[in-house]
Design a protein around this ligand. Structure first.
Ligand code: ADP
Length: 447
């Protein structure tokens, strides 16, 4: 099959045709012509050699000359470079028509002459523009009438066949020739129409794609600018916020010893506000930097990660008499900072949103399957009402005031972004084992 395709390409190169993917009717005609040429010469060899043998044997030299001439011409128009395509087509049609007439005159209806005449009609319809479609049929009709007259007047007769037999058989060829001339151009027109429509649709789609691409590029560049701006702003604002907290820290004991409790309370409140601002800027910075941070996957044992996180929250656990446990967890190959962000935020929330009078109990578990991992971070806290379970993952969505539970409203948005970067999913459900919630994270096998 490959060999045949290579051969077809070879002939196409010889002819000087370079076929593109997009086919216009004319390119299609040319490509069909190339195909016909490519196979005509090798196949005509099969017909030519027995014909030569028969001609030599029966000493019919005229057929040998015509056949040899046709065979040589087929070779020239198929394999010789530099001949214009139009000349190749007309030569091809001329050979087939010439052979047809010659065989008809020589062998009558017993030879393949009528078949070749019909074939010429088909070839003209397929290889030449539609305006030529009727020509061969008219030519065939002329030939039919001429030979019928010649036969009736006794000028022409081959193999003892009378004019009635000739007229009956040949009229069928004329009929088929006209039918083809009427039908095939319609097929071509339909084909041309369909291609025209497809071309318009494709052009429209291309232009829409281009517009979409440009819009995406603009959006991406604006997003990038915005992220850079926000990240620079929150980075630069951290230093003054730290300074305010430090200075207020020095001022506070002085005000207390100076016996100005009202002023001391005001300074303490503004110190809290500055701390909240700092926390917000830290979270914002984390949230914004995640998109641009280069991913550096390495093996991370989640059990060791949990030990680290337990250290981080040691004071919180101690002051709230809480517990933090996990079952045997897998080792993942992933970007460690992203995993760290996911679990610090989820475990931090589980410890923070505990029910009053109920010590926080946090449990992390995991089940593995062919599809990946399903990790659950389970708490016995205040729970999340079903109607809020989707929106808690949106940035700056908080279900509680700052006095009840301080926070920035960015923790779960950071978690969701990290899980998204891993190609995973996150959602929250009730904790069926008691009060509280379970945050589920589905991660693919390969992160
Ligand atoms: P933050 O904790 O800083 O407010 P988050 O994005 O981490 O922001 O959480 C968004 C909101 O989701 C929180 O304000 C809280 O109302 C709710 N929430 C998060 N985790 C829990 C949890 N484990 N139990 C109950 N509510 C939670």
């Amino acid at each position: 099959m490959k060999l045949l395709q290579r051969y077809q390409r070879f002939v196409a190169r010889r002819i000087g045709l370079h076929q593109g993917l997009v086919m216009e009717p004319d390119t299609w005609r040319n490509s069909l012509f190339t195909l016909a040429l490519a196979y005509t010469f090798p196949i005509s060899t099969l017909a030519y050699l027995p014909a030569v043998w028969l001609c030599i044997k029966t000493e019919t030299w005229s057929i040998l000359v015509i056949d040899s001439l046709a065979y040589a011409l087929f070779f020239v128009i198929t394999y010789i470079r530099g001949i214009p395509l139009g000349v190749r087509k007309w030569t091809f049609l001329g050979i087939v028509y010439g052979v047809a007439v010659f065989l008809l005159l020589k062998l009558g209806i017993l030879g393949p002459g009528l078949l070749y005449l019909l074939a010429t009609s088909m070839f003209v319809i397929i290889f030449l523009p539609t305006s030529y479609a009727l020509w061969p049929s008219i030519l065939n009709l002329g030939l039919y009438l001429g030979l019928s007259a010649a036969s009736l007047l006794g000028y022409w007769s081959v193999g003892g066949i009378g004019p009635e037999v000739w007229m009956v058989v040949a009229s069928n060829m004329v009929f088929l020739s006209f039918t083809a001339s009427a039908l095939f151009p319609g097929v071509f027109r339909g084909f041309q129409l369909a291609m025209g429509r497809e071309k318009i649709a494709r052009a429209r789609l291309d232009s829409q794609n281009q517009q979409l691409k440009e819009a995406m590029l603009t959006l991406e560049s604006r997003n990038h600018d915005l992220a850079v701006l926000a990240s620079a702003a929150s980075h630069d604002l951290r230093e003054p916020a730290r300074l305010i907290i430090a200075l207020q820290g020095r001022l506070l004991p002085r005000l207390e010893t100076a016996g100005d409790p009202r002023m001391a309370e005001m300074v303490s409140l503004s110190q809290d506000a500055a701390r909240r601002m700092l926390a917000l800027m830290d979270d914002l910075l984390q949230f914004l930097q995640m998109d641009t941070e280069p991913q550096a996957p390495k093996k991370v044992d989640l059990n060791s990660l949990m030990v680290e996180i337990k250290h981080l929250f040691a004071n919180d656990l101690k002051s709230k008499s809480g517990s933090f446990e996990w079952t045997d967890l897998p080792t993942l190959t992933a970007h460690e900072p992203a995993l760290y962000r996911i679990f610090t935020n989820l475990v931090g929330n589980a410890l923070k949103y505990h029910a009053p009078g109920h010590a926080p109990r946090v449990m992390v578990h995991c089940s593995a399957s062919d599809n990946g991992y399903l990790i659950g971070v389970q708490d016995e806290g205040i729970g999340i009402p079903p109607e809020h379970r989707e929106k808690v993952f949106h940035a700056f969505t908080r279900l509680h005031g700052n006095t009840a539970y301080p926070g920035t409203g960015l923790g779960l948005a950071i978690v969701r972004k990290a899980v998204d970067l891993f190609g995973g999913n996150i959602w929250v459900t009730d904790n069926p084992g008691g009060q509280g919630s379970i945050f589920w994270i589905a991660l693919p096998q390969h992160l």
